[in-house]
Design a protein around this ligand. Structure first.
Ligand code: ATR
Length: 279
């Protein structure tokens, strides 16, 4: 990889930003495709987000990713928001247009679906029934992706019912809320089960979700990717369910941004997975 005075520039804004795997991910592709470019972590305090975004064109940046806590806050600060970002209520990818204006996109939904299609090629999403656990920012992107892919019913279970109701309202009529205490009893017709909470992540308790009622053909996937095999995925695998880990969602959501900034549609490969995991 070379970085010349004409290098194409992008990065990720977060606060903190040290945990982000995006520099490692985009850095791998820059190297692989021998692109004159750089992708840098940018620690941006919430109160500086507007100034930092507006500085992008002045610094010659092609755009950036946004991570916690900027994904929702950026919406009113940009010039244009795509339909997905507006519906999900969060931006993860910012593009600097030729005239210096800023467009916000959300690529979580297609990233989630691309990972699922790659990891569970036997699953037909069109006409499927899914259960989604959790109702935070990750859940919104995943619900949007599932509906876009043709899922006809999404059972949404969240510890706090009002957050589940808010998502159900935003995605009528596809989402039905399931009381938290009934989540394990409403699985008999599922084709897909998704954990979108942070439970199961290293340092967090595991997701409390008995799988006895889940059909063995149902695919189980987890937005958590550290560890790669969460307690949920290990239990699902042990009883014979197909499982898809969450790392691919991170990798696939990065593809449209890289393509827009650096001009190459990058591939998600096993080598990339190993590289990002090695961080
Ligand atoms: P993100 O935006 O990354 O999805 P978030 O908005 O903090 O993160 O959402 C975290 C999700 O994990 C929420 O659905 C949260 O449930 P609540 O809405 O009830 O807070 C869920 N969650 C976190 N800890 C939990 C726990 N101990 N038991 C059940 N759900 C939990």
């Amino acid at each position: 990889m070379t970085i010349s005075g004409k290098a194409k520039l992008a990065g990720v804004m977060g606060w903190p930003v040290g945990h982000s795997r995006s520099p490692r991910l985009h850095g791998f592709w820059l190297e692989q495709y021998d692109i004159d470019g750089a992708y840098v972590p940018m620690a941006v305090r919430p109160e500086h987000l507007q100034a930092a975004l507006r500085a992008l064109p002045k610094l010659g940046f092609r755009g950036c990713n946004l991570t916690v806590p900027h994904k929702e806050a950026a919406i009113p600060l940009l010039d244009r928001i795509d339909d997905a970002a507006r519906h999900i209520g969060a931006v993860n990818t910012v593009i600097v247009e030729a005239d210096g204006t800023l467009t916000g996109r959300n690529t979580d939904a297609p990233g989630f679906i691309a990972n699922l299609r790659q990891g569970a090629p036997g699953l037909t999403l069109d006409g499927a029934t899914a259960m989604v656990i959790g109702a935070g920012g990750a859940a919104r992107g995943i619900v949007a992706g599932l509906i876009e892919a043709g899922v006809v019913e999404i059972k949404l279970a969240n510890r706090s019912p009002e957050k589940a109701s808010a998502i159900a309202h935003g995605f009528e009529p596809y989402v039905v809320t399931v009381p938290w205490d009934e989540r394990a009893d409403r699985m008999d017709d599922l084709d897909l089960l998704v954990n979108t909470t942070s439970l199961g992540m290293t340092g967090q308790p595991p997701l409390d979700l008995p799988l006895d009622g889940l059909p063995r053909k149902a695919v189980v996937t987890d937005a958590v990717y550290a560890p790669l095999e969460t307690d949920l995925l290990a239990r699902a695998r042990a009883r014979g369910n197909p499982v898809v880990d969450g790392l691919g969602m991170l990798l696939h959501q990065a593809v449209p941004g890289f393509a827009a900034w650096f001009g190459v549609e990058p591939e998600v490969t096993e080598e990339l997975r190993r590289h990002v995991l090695g961080a």
